[in-house]
Design a protein around this ligand. Structure first.
Ligand SMILES: CC(C)(COP(=O)(O)OP(=O)(O)OC[C@H]1O[C@@H](n2cnc3c(N)ncnc32)[C@H](O)[C@@H]1OP(=O)(O)O)[C@@H](O)C(=O)NCCC(=O)NCCS
Length: 181
C-alpha cells in the first residue's frame, strides 16, 4: 500500500482490462455507479467488435479491482466511454489516476484531444472532469435515447502545447555562420 502526499489519496496498480478476468468486478462497480448501467454484452461488444475496438484499463488496490476506464482511440481524438470507481474508494484519487493513464496514452501518440459525453444530471462526473482540466464544449440533445431522455454535455481536454526552448546564443551564432549572414 502506498499513501501519497494527499492524506486521503491512495495509489493503485493499473492493468489492461481482460474480459475473462475482470468483467464480473467491473459489472459490480458499473451497477453501483450508473442509473442505466451497461450490461456484460455492452462491454463485450465495445471491447471486441469492429475494426477499432475500445480499450479498458482497470485499477487494482490490495488485490481488489476498484475502478476502470473505457476509451477508444479515434483518428483525431480519444473518446472516453466510461469511467467508474467503487463507491468505497471515491475521492481518493483513483479516478484521476485512471484518467492520467489515458492522458499519458494520448500524449504518447500525440493525440491532443480527449472527449467524454456526460449526462446533464451527472454533476459529480462534471466536477470530476472539470477538475481534471476538461471544459464543456457542446450540448447534445438526447444522445442516450433508448437508455434515457437526458441531454448530454461534451467535455474536452486539450493537452497544453509543449513550450519551445528559446534558441541558445551559440545556436543562433551557428545559424548566422551557416547562412553566412
Ligand atoms: C466520477 C468518478 C469516476 C470520480 O472518481 P474519484 O476516484 O472519486 O475521483 P478523484 O478522487 O480522482 O477526484 C478528483 C477530483 O475530482 C473532483 N470530484 C470528484 N468527485 C467529486 C464529487 N462527487 N463532487 C465534487 N467534485 C468531485 C474533486 O475536485 C476531486 O478532487 P478532491 O477530492 O481533492 O476534491 C467517481 O465519482 C464515479 O465512479 N462516479 C460514478 C460514475 C460516473 O459518474 N462516471 C463519470 C461519467 S462516465
Amino acid at each position: 500500500m502506498t499513501i501519497s502526499e494527499k492524506e486521503h489519496e491512495i495509489t493503485a496498480s493499473f492493468y489492461w482490462m481482460s474480459l475473462d478476468r475482470d468483467l464480473s468486478a467491473v459489472i459490480e462497480i458499473e451497477n453501483q455507479s450508473f442509473r442505466y448501467p451497461w450490461k456484460p454484452n455492452d462491454f463485450y461488444n465495445c471491447l471486441t467488435k469492429g475494426k477499432n475496438p475500445a480499450n479498458g484499463i482497470v485499477a487494482v488496490y490490495n488485490g481488489q479491482l476498484i475502478g476502470y476506464i473505457i476509451y477508444k482511440i479515434r483518428k483525431r481524438f480519444i473518446e472516453i466511454f466510461g469511467i467508474a470507481v467503487h463507491p468505497a474508494y471515491r475521492r481518493m484519487g483513483i479516478g484521476s489516476q485512471l484518467l492520467a493513464k489515458v492522458m499519458g496514452i494520448s500524449a504518447s501518440i500525440q493525440q491532443k484531444k480527449i472527449t467524454i459525453m456526460i449526462g446533464e444530471r451527472n454533476l459529480k462526473g462534471q466536477f470530476f472532469f472539470k477538475n481534471n482540466g476538461f471544459k464543456a464544449t457542446a450540448v447534445v440533445y438526447k444522445p442516450f435515447k433508448g437508455f434515457n431522455e437526458d441531454d448530454g454535455y461534451v467535455m474536452e481536454y486539450k493537452a497544453p502545447r509543449p513550450k519551445l526552448k528559446p534558441e541558445s546564443k551559440s545556436f543562433r551564432s551557428f545559424l548566422r555562420r551557416f547562412f553566412k549572414e
